[in-house]
Design a binder for this molecule. Structure first.
Ligand code: PLP
Length: 468
């Protein structure tokens, strides 16, 4: 009887996982041929989800079937090779599979003593990351959900460290009565950094905004004298232009001033992993903390961000907790001493799998190849007479097709045509189409197909227009 139950349970697991693997395989295979936007009837069918919760249990296979039938066709093909809307990337197949296995393990990767295997794996991944991103090898690091939380985490350490120098323990005593911290950001700061500052009680609006150049780079000579304690938030990889702040000069200025330097390098930090692009992040090792995403250019599943902090004591002071019921370990890295989360999934598993399978050369190739496609988009669109608004230094291209109205019409038609998907932005007052190339699976053929449609649609709206 018990054996029988066992067999049934295991059979059930096998059926569910194998069927779901089939759904996933078919989904990923279809990404190449389907439209990037979801079909209208698939969106309409979503109303079928709007049902009352049944009292009786439902067979798990039916549950999964419903997910695949209703949701799969209604998704945006972000994971596919011709989604250029945001710096999204897809997931390398090895990372999807590693994610499944890690989910089966169901490790709560907060405490070394409970989950030593995944804790150690993350430690190895961290060491590799510091190496490929050209950061100091003794930095502390944290696996968090995204670059927003990575900046939050790193800036919590910054807040601790700069106030400690003033004799104030912010994590024990809070911000009331603490010496005010001056925070400087570039005028082109990503809004997520401002959000992180707000969450930390440093205020979204009480920042000093440093002027930027035409590409959105902070001008180091324009950084004013900052009253200490102070933090400067620089950026590597502007979401519009891809431009990188001159980090070496900013760090030098910060050193004169006595300020902490935090770098938001959500995608741009990965330039350091590609020999032909590493000059863009020169001097990066002189900052104090860094935030980046793995779910963007490293092409691992959501949600995966990374915070690095030179002063590990500051990060631990901000994050670690103790209690009698929590086992401690000496001489081992306790993951939750570094993250805002306590219980969490072992998201470093996918980072490890991506790095392990790509190797240094595969990672460099992924970064360089996508940048090369960005240059190809820029070159061919420019050759056809359209205006490229940015210096294409990384994987970002901003193109104007003329007036704002024409540009918006072309983007809308391209999006609904469905071969590829690009978004809208406004760069220094000019409406533009934004192309971000960051997916591992994008090929020459994808770029050619996309360009062919872009030029055809643009031609339709611009024919007869005399100039751009
Ligand atoms: C994407 C991005 C962020 C936010 O990252 P999340 O992973 O969405 O939290 C922050 N800064 C820059 C420059 C980005 O490109």
């Amino acid at each position: 009887m018990i054996a029988d139950l066992d067999t049934r349970k295991n059979q059930n697991i096998k059926n569910i996982l194998q069927t779901t693997a089939e759904y996933a395989i078919r989904y990923l295979r279809d990404l190449d041929t389907r439209k990037v936007i979801p079909a209208q009837d698939a969106i309409t069918n979503l109303t079928q989800l709007d049902e009352p919760l049944s009292y009786e249990p439902v067979d798990p296979e039916l549950v999964l079937h419903k997910l695949d039938k209703i949701i799969s066709p209604a998704t945006m093909a972000i994971a596919g090779p011709r989604f250029f809307g945001f710096v999204n990337g897809g997931s390398l197949p090895v990372t999807i599979a590693a994610n499944w296995l890690a989910t089966a393990w169901d490790q709560d990767c907060g405490l070394y003593k409970i989950t030593p295997a995944t804790a150690l794996l993350e430690q190895v991944a961290l060491r590799w990351l510091l190496d490929v991103l050209r950061l100091p090898p003794d930095c502390a690091g944290a696996f968090v959900t995204g670059a927003t939380m990575a900046s939050f985490t790193a800036l919590a350490a910054a807040r601790h460290a700069v106030l400690k120098r003033e004799g104030w323990n912010v994590d024990a005593d809070g911000l009331f009565g603490a010496p005010p911290i001056t925070v400087a950001v570039g005028e082109e700061v990503h809004p997520s950094v401002l959000k992180a500052l707000g969450l930390l009680g440093l205020g979204r609006n009480r920042v000093v905004k440093v002027p930027v150049d035409t590409q959105g780079r902070m001008r180091p000579e324009a950084i004013p004298t900052l009253t200490l304690p102070a933090i400067i938030c620089a950026q590597v990889g502007n979401v519009n232009t891809g431009a990188c702040d001159p980090v070496a000069a900013i760090c030098e200025r910060a050193r004169e001033l006595g300020a902490w330097v935090h770098i938001d390098g959500a995608f741009g930090l990965w330039a350091g992993a590609a020999p032909s692009l590493a000059h863009l992040t020169a001097g990066i090792e002189n900052a104090d903390s860094w935030a980046t995403d793995a779910h963007k250019w490293l092409n691992v599943p959501y949600d995966s961000g990374l915070a690095f902090v030179r002063d590990g004591n500051a990060l631990r002071a901000a994050m670690a907790i103790t209690a009698d019921f929590l086992p401690t370990v000496t001489n081992q890295r306790n993951p939750s001493d570094y993250t805002p989360e306590f219980s969490r999934r072992a998201r470093g598993v996918e980072v490890w799998a991506a790095l392990r399978s790509l190797g240094r050369s595969g990672l460099a190739d992924l970064i360089e190849r996508t940048c090369c496609y960005a240059r190809q988009f820029a070159k061919e669109l420019q050759a056809a007479g359209y205006q490229i608004l940015n210096d294409v230094v990384l994987n970002q291209v901003l193109v104007s097709f003329g007036s704002a109205e024409t540009t918006l019409q072309i983007i809308a038609e391209l999006q609904s045509e469905g071969t590829c998907w690009c978004g809208v932005t406004v760069w220094q007052g000019q409406t533009a189409m934004r192309i971000s190339v960051s997916c591992w699976s994008t090929t020459d053929a994808d770029v050619e197909r996309s360009l062919e449609v872009m030029l055809r649609v643009a031609e339709k709206y611009c024919r007869g227009a005399s100039q751009f």
